[in-house]
Design a protein around this ligand. Structure first.
Ligand code: AOS
Ligand code: ZN
Ligand code: ZN
Ligand code: ZN
Length: 424
């Protein structure tokens, strides 16, 4: 299904007076209002194809109904999200969960909804029915060269699919690691991973990047071969210019200072981008901003400051993506919430009085520095986001329109109450 523009306009019309009052109240205090609104309009976050269905845990999976049954329907769902928020203009595919068998038709379908294709993800953390060798003991780091070759070939095939879709990056996350001390020679595992990645790197088109994602544990619980940003950075440095480190917010041990990691990767030109989500314990993949929105703001504060210092365009210089999964929420509602949370953090970071902060840091005025950051963080920027959406042709309140228009019910009518999406 598609959401007709006039329905969004009608809803906006009803909310306009209320919006205007809230917007005027906040906008009066914002310097460079139009620049900030334009930055918000330009800022889009990619939607992962695997977040459009309800996810599972190892204990169970409860389908919400109306889930996309095909790649075409996943694209339609992203189209709905984008029509509502005008901030989700791309989709990231995971191969082989989403095989674009007819790339030109898929591309045309996406383009018609104003969408393009973000990074393509390879998958060597599961065995596929038709594959020759198992990844039970790893893929790119495997002790057996034949398994490594199979995993390299899969990644090169994913690049080929991506090229057909005009993607510009391959995103690699490996579950390779060990469950018990003694199982693996860690140096050997690292060296074999590097060698395999080098072969993949050599197959990248000139204008492509490879994003190397790290994660400390799960599914392996003793060692993970690309376990932290240092290991990913080491690999991406050895590989070359086209390799960078991908930061998934859930992939850190508790208490890690993610904003500091982000700031240094950015400084080195090695920040590929993000998998946004939130967590309380580990790789919880919860809705962005649902647990620790202040951390998200601090990350965006480093991003805005660091990107401005390097003359990077916020919207296009790195990869912005959600990587979340839900077993109790409507996935579309959840994604609308996540995109909103990301843009709130971004807008707040744009409000930071940078010259004043620089001066406070120079003066070692710790109290003032904190006041400056929190002044921005405690500003209610939601009406700025709404205004940006309005100007971009989206809904003042995407979630409310999604519910008023009973979109989930229509999807259930169309696809069935038991439709289950491919993915995890
Ligand atoms: C796994 O923990 C990672 O976050 C990857 O990005 C993975 O490819 C994605 O979450 C789909 O499972
Ligand atoms: Zn991820
Ligand atoms: Zn993850
Ligand atoms: Zn995660």
């Amino acid at each position: 299904m598609q959401l007709e523009k006039y329905k969004i306009d009608e809803a906006n019309h009803q909310q306009l007076k209320d919006h205007q009052r809230k917007f005027d109240f906040v906008a009066g205090d914002v310097k460079n209002l139009d620049t900030i609104l334009q930055k918000l309009i330009d800022f889009n976050i990619a939607i992962p194809s695997w977040a459009l269905g309800t996810g599972g845990t190892r204990f169970g999976r409860f389908s919400g109904g109306g889930e996309p049954r095909s790649l075409e329907e996943k694209i339609e769902d992203v189209g709905l999200i984008h029509a509502l928020n005008r901030s989700s203009n791309s989709i990231s595919l995971h191969i082989p969960w989403d095989i674009p068998s007819n790339a030109s038709a898929i591309k045309a379908h996406a383009a018609q909804l104003g969408l393009h294709f973000d990074a393509v993800n390879s998958n060597t953390f599961q065995d596929q029915p038709d594959q020759e060798f198992s990844y039970k003991f790893g893929s790119l780091h495997h002790v057996d060269k034949a398994v490594r070759k199979q995993a390299v070939a899969h990644n090169i095939e994913v690049i080929k699919y991506g090229v057909e879709l005009d993607s510009k990056a391959l995103s690699v996350w490996l579950s390779d690691g060990s469950n018990f001390p003694g199982q693996l020679n860690m140096r050997g595992a690292f060296e074999r991973t590097l060698e395999s990645l080098q072969e993949i790197y050599d197959a990248l088109p000139d204008d492509w990047k490879v994003w190397v994602e790290y994660k400390p544990y799960e599914p392996n619980f003793y060692s993970t071969t690309i376990g932290d940003w240092g290991q990913s950075y080491l690999l991406s440095s050895k590989l070359g210019q086209k390799a960078q480190t991908l930061v998934d917010l859930g992939h850190h041990l508790q208490g890690a200072n993610i904003e500091q990691i982000v700031s240094l990767l950015l400084m080195e030109g090695k920040l590929a981008g993000f998998h946004f989500n939130d967590s309380k314990y580990g790789d919880d993949d919860l809705t962005v901003g649902s647990i620790n929105p202040y951390q998200l703001f601090l990350i965006f504060n480093e991003l805005v400051e660091g990107m401005d210092a390097r003359g990077m365009t916020h919207a296009t210089s790195i990869g912005w993506m959600i990587d979340a999964s839900h077993n109790i929420k409507d996935p579309i509602e959840d994604l609308l919430q996540s995109v909103e949370a990301i843009k709130i953090a971004y807008a707040q970071a744009l409000l930071v009085d940078t010259p004043a902060l620089v001066q406070a840091q120079q003066d070692n005025d710790v109290v003032l520095a904190q006041e400056i950051l929190q002044q921005a963080y405690r500003t209610d920027v939601r009406s700025l986001l709404a205004e940006a959406r309005l100007r971009a042709g989206g809904a003042l309140n995407p979630l409310a329109v999604y519910r008023q228009q009973t979109i989930r019910q229509q999807l259930i009518n169309e696809r069935g109450a038991k439709a289950v999406s491919t993915g995890l």
